[in-house]
Design a protein around this ligand. Structure first.
Ligand code: AMP
Ligand code: MG
Length: 477
């Protein structure tokens, strides 16, 4: 076997998925291959680059050992219940245990219709594939748990959206694709056998120390509190935090209309379909709780046979989220402003900086990065409020007592110098549409070394100039 598959999900009962192969495409061509990730998975990158490998990445051949399937799930989309969703444009090829001992899914996204496609065509176009590749690899490079991109190919076929676009397939790697919505699917149908099998599978795979369904719930709550805090720290807005887009393993999953903020404002929204700001930057922790409450509801029958007791236990677990999140958030932002120790007034100090940034719309990434350099003042059009803050911050740093060198190292490891900015991703997609992937390659290379300032990335550190700003992002469909 060229890929050493070991498919634990395919061993679950039949009601978890529909087995079917990807739909072949006309003329596949490789856009990008993540050779480091391939090696981590124990796959020879040379093989993936060969014609045989390309056929696998395009869905034209099913490799030995793969057991292709589409997973079923349900979910709340913008608060509205959908009893049956599922992989409508994705096929799970199977799982591999990497050289690091970690089990991971290999999935083709954009691999053709499935029984869960509803009115969709099962395909993806080039834009969302390049965006997901860039954002997920940048997130990984920033140390934020995420699904990864193993490869991207074009299909040689058109995909019809508002207009015709080149089709593409992303090979996505994830700890698993089990979502809050997967639990909701079995619970809503009253399939307790399925729910129990899924819970056992998720515990064994992601939370081996967890005791039962309540332990699983607690594990997911803690992982999400940490994940959302990390998003907040890099100005990331997921954009479509539906329960079917929240993974159980604590990875960022389903990059659709997501974006990194340029200019800071807490209520920033980019997604074109998020009319009421449900998934705005500063709503993400609340939405996570809402989603986790759906997970808790789904797990109730397994938490305790007595419903009242089950609700009581689940509620207690959910009530831990705000404190967990607050601690994670504080840890992230303390590091961002260079604090090693803790004082009670730190949250207020951090919020004062953020408020100051919001008033003048300071660039999120560049303001934090500039703090260590001592040039953050330049980021503010009206600097008086910042000057006041900076005095208080300096006094706080003195009390913190770290030496300047250690503090700078801490800050430069917590504050990325470069993020894949929207206008840059747009530029890479536009170039890709005319067959030039050099722009994408360059941006990928820069976005995956986020903590260094180099000559090469200096242009990429600039916020969009007037007229370059991207104010809206679109779903990956
Ligand atoms: P999303 O909001 O992108 O996570 O997708 C929500 C649901 O729509 C999932 O069940 C997807 O599988 C499905 N879906 C999205 N795009 C397509 C497509 N092009 N064809 C079929 N199903 C799709
Ligand atoms: Mg999704």
């Amino acid at each position: 076997m060229t890929i050493a598959f070991d498919n634990s999900y395919a061993r679950l009962p039949g009601q978890f998925y529909t087995r079917l192969p990807p739909t072949p495409v006309r003329a596949p061509a490789l856009i990008a291959l993540n050779a480091d990730l391939a090696r981590e998975l124990g796959i020879d990158p040379g093989y993936l680059r060969s014609d045989a490998g390309l056929a696998v990445l395009a869905g034209n051949a099913v490799p030995e050992g793969a057991e292709p399937l589409a997973q079923v799930y349900a979910g709340h989309q913008f608060g509205g219940w959908s009893p049956r969703l599922g992989d409508g444009r994705a096929i799970l090829l199977g799982e591999v245990v990497g050289t690091d001992g970690r089990r991971r899914d290999i999935q083709l996204k954009g691999a053709g219709r499935t029984p869960y496609s509803r009115s969709g065509d099962g395909r993806a176009w080039l834009g969302p594939v390049l965006r997901e590749y860039l954002v997920s690899e940048a997130m990984h490079a920033m140390g934020i748990p995420t699904t990864r991109a193993l490869a991207a190919v074009t299909t040689g076929e058109d995909v019809h959206r508002e207009t015709r676009y080149p089709g593409a397939v992303l090979t996505r790697v994830a700890a698993s694709h089990i979502r809050v919505g997967t639990f909701q699917y079995f619970a809503s149908r009253g399939d307790l056998v399925g729910l129990r099998a899924l819970t056992d599978h998720a515990i064994a795979r992601h939370y081996p120390g967890a005791e039962g369904a309540l332990g699983l719930l607690k594990g997911v709550i803690a992982a999400q509190a940490r994940l959302i805090a990390q998003w907040m720290g890099v100005g990331f807005i997921h954009g479509v935090m539906n329960t079917d887009n929240m993974g159980i393993a604590g990875e960022t999953i389903d990059y659709g209309p997501c974006a990194f903020m340029d200019s800071y404002h807490p209520s920033t929204v980019y997604s074109s379909i998020d009319q009421f700001g449900r998934y705005a930057y500063d709503k993400q922790a609340d939405i996570a709780v809402w989603n986790l409450a759906q997970l808790a509801s789904a797990l109730l029958p397994l938490i305790d046979a007595d419903e009242t007791r089950a609700i009581d236990r689940a509620t207690k677990a959910l009530h831990a989220f705000p404190d967990l999140f607050r601690d994670e958030w504080l840890a992230v932002f303390r590091a961002k402003i260079g604090l090693a120790g803790a004082e009670d007034d730190d949250p207020a100090l951090i919020h004062r900086l953020l408020d100051c940034m919001a008033v003048t719309g300071a660039d999120f990434t560049n303001t934090f990065r500039a703090l260590a350099r001592g040039t953050a003042r330049d980021q503010f059009t009206a600097a008086a409020a910042f000057d006041q803050w900076e005095n208080d911050w300096r006094a706080r740093l003195t009390r913190d007592g770290q030496n300047a060198k250690a503090r700078k190292a801490l800050m430069n490891a917590a504050n990325p110098a470069v993020i894949p900015r929207n206008h840059r991703m747009e530029e890479a997609i536009q170039a890709g549409l005319s067959g030039d992937f050099g722009t994408f390659d360059r941006l990928l290379n820069i976005a995956t070394q986020p903590f260094v300032e180099t000559m090469e990335n200096s242009d990429f550190r600039n916020p969009p100039a007037q007229g370059e700003e991207v104010r809206q992002t679109f779903c990956g469909t």
